[in-house]
Design a protein around this ligand. Structure first.
Ligand SMILES: CC(C)(COP(=O)([O-])OP(=O)([O-])OC[C@H]1O[C@@H](n2cnc3c(N)ncnc32)[C@H](O)[C@@H]1OP(=O)([O-])[O-])[C@@H](O)C(=O)NCCC(=O)NCCSC(=O)C[C@@](C)(O)CC(=O)[O-]
Ligand SMILES: NC(=O)C1=CN([C@@H]2O[C@H](COP(=O)(O)OP(=O)(O)OC[C@H]3O[C@@H](n4cnc5c(N)ncnc54)[C@H](OP(=O)(O)O)[C@@H]3O)[C@@H](O)[C@H]2O)C=CC1
Length: 422
């Protein structure tokens, strides 16, 4: 690959077959490798070509269903797209153990999305700030005219903030357009508003308008969930105490909090991906929110109830949509939304937060008891068997042997396979 130039004029307008031809040549005529992409095939070749640029195929990610979930009194199956073993099992397990207490109760702050307009070059930022704040009604008219469909659905500009931001390049004025984007994630909707209103803001203030884009720190789209796990369901008071100590570790230490939150995002990102939403937007928002108080902390908090049960809460910004972006274009995303039976971004956000909490419970319980490897590696053993070369019935045979004997490694899997085939 390295001997060839990466300058491929016309690649964007080539057909998929032509692109695969170029790729096969790059791989030294390895038509078999390229035919893998053809065999996997996109759900719809034309669709993939329209969704992204220079498409050569699809990278299928496993899609599973989390069982046992009850969210706000509703029983549901939750589709999750993830490449990682034990993620879905952990949610099923956690959800099963809090069914007796009603599952997950959630709340939702609303679908308010922030668009930022950066104004530079002002020597009198306080004057500019007051000028802009005093003309909120005019700004609302400009923004709402941009998207009459959104306005007709009850969305549109809901608020205005003007911040004075000291930077190394001098004082800047930053305008926040706070927009209700209803059932859309809203990036495109608010970006258009920001671009449309920026020249007017510049003409009023004499500023130089620069960046006009939404903020992924979606702290007006907070979603919360709580669940209670009776001590008897999770191994007794000792396990409750151990899990609380594990949670305190994350409260006190950003090194641990990052891993704790990664576990939460195992669940959240899997629902986000399954429903065709923007995983990067959700991840960026979650981690920025976790760092908001100047020190990175956990997205969940754990406490012991008067009855000695373990109660967990999660609060996380979730910019999710059931319209817009890929949600309506991708047929699998549409199917996943149908499985969820959701009819609003609000309902999807509530479920997603509940999955994040369930995921965290599962990881914490495993970490505070047997350790993560027992459950996780037991399920990962099949992957290791495949990497070692096992096929068909050999896979489960090798995985079972791996589970019996301590560490799960590829070298060990190869030995087991050699023995089996001898
Ligand atoms: C793996 C388990 C669930 C076993 O847990 P277990 O208690 O041994 O499970 P069980 O065999 O007794 O089954 C109990 C229930 O769990 C579910 N369950 C059990 N197995 C399956 C399966 N194969 N497929 C689907 N569901 C499964 C299922 O609901 C089942 O009930 P049933 O329906 O059978 O009546 C547990 O050990 C666990 O939750 N481990 C944690 C796994 C985890 O967190 N994985 C994420 C990857 S590690 C990571 O990336 C994040 C981390 C850990 O670093 C985050 C952090 O540090 O905080
Ligand atoms: N930093 C980031 O996170 C960025 C993300 N993105 C991308 O932006 C996309 C999401 O933007 P988004 O604005 O949601 O997408 P769209 O522009 O595709 O969809 C939103 C539009 O859908 C229409 N709509 C129809 N029904 C509804 C309803 N019930 N509620 C709300 N709107 C409705 C609205 O008007 P109308 O019919 O008039 O369109 C609305 O403007 C994602 O693909 C994301 O990856 C883009 C830039 C930056």
């Amino acid at each position: 690959m390295t001997d060839h130039t990466s300058r491929l004029s016309g690649f964007a307008t080539a057909t998929r077959a032509e692109r695969l031809g170029v790729l096969a040549e790059r791989l030294g005529g390895d038509a078999e490798a390229v035919s893998l992409l053809e065999r996997l095939g996109p759900v719809d070749g034309e669709l993939v070509d329209r969704m992204i640029e220079n498409a050569i195929g699809v990278m299928p990610v496993p899609l599973g269903l989390a069982t046992n979930m009850i969210v706000d009194g509703r029983e549901m199956l939750v589709p999750m797209a993830t490449e990682e073993s034990s993620v879905i099992a952990a949610v099923c397990n956690s959800a099963k153990r809090c069914r007796a207490t009603g599952g997950f109760q959630t709340s939702y702050a609303g679908s308010l999305t922030i668009a930022q307009v950066q104004l530079c070059g002002l020597s009198d930022p306080h004057r500019a700030r007051l000028e802009i704040l005093g003309r909120e009604d005019e700004i609302r008219v400009i923004c709402d005219e941009v998207d009459p469909q959104l306005t007709s659905l009850g969305g549109g500009l809901r608020g205005l903030e003007v911040r004075i931001l000291p930077t190394r390049a001098g004082i800047m004025v930053v305008v926040h357009l706070i927009v209700d984007t209803r059932d859309a994630m809203g990036a495109n909707a608010v970006n258009t508003m920001a671009e449309t209103v920026a020249p007017t803001l510049a003409s009023w203030t004499g500023a130089r308008p620069l960046l006009r884009i939404l903020s992924n720190l979606a702290d007006r789209r907070l979603t919360r969930a709580r669940a209670v796990w009776p001590a008897a369901e999770i191994g007794g008071p000792e396990v409750v105490e151990a899990m609380l100590l594990g949670a305190e570790f994350a409260e006190a230490d950003p090194y641990r909090a990052a891993t704790h939150n990664k576990g939460i995002m195992n669940g959240i990102s899997a629902v986000v991906l399954a429903t065709g939403n923007d995983t990067r937007a959700i991840e960026a928002g979650a981690h920025a929110f976790a760092a908001q108080n100047g020190c990175y902390g956990p997205l969940t908090h754990w406490e012991c109830t008067e009855e000695g049960s373990l109660a967990g809460t999660i609060e996380v910004p979730l910019s999710l949509g059931i319209v817009g972006g890929a949600t309506r274009i991708h047929p699998v995303a549409q199917l996943c939304l149908k499985i969820l039976g959701t009819d609003s971004a609000e309902a999807l956000s509530r479920i997603t937060a509940a999955v994040g909490l369930a995921q965290n419970f599962g990881a914490l319980r495993a970490l505070a008891t047997d350790g993560i490897q027992k459950g996780h590696m037991a399920l990962h053993a099949q992957n290791v068997a495949i990497v070692a070369g096992a096929t068909g019935d050999e896979i489960e045979f090798v995985a079972a042997k791996l589970r019996q004997g301590g560490r799960v490694t590829e070298a060990k899997a190869r030995k087991i396979l050699d023995f089996l085939r001898a």
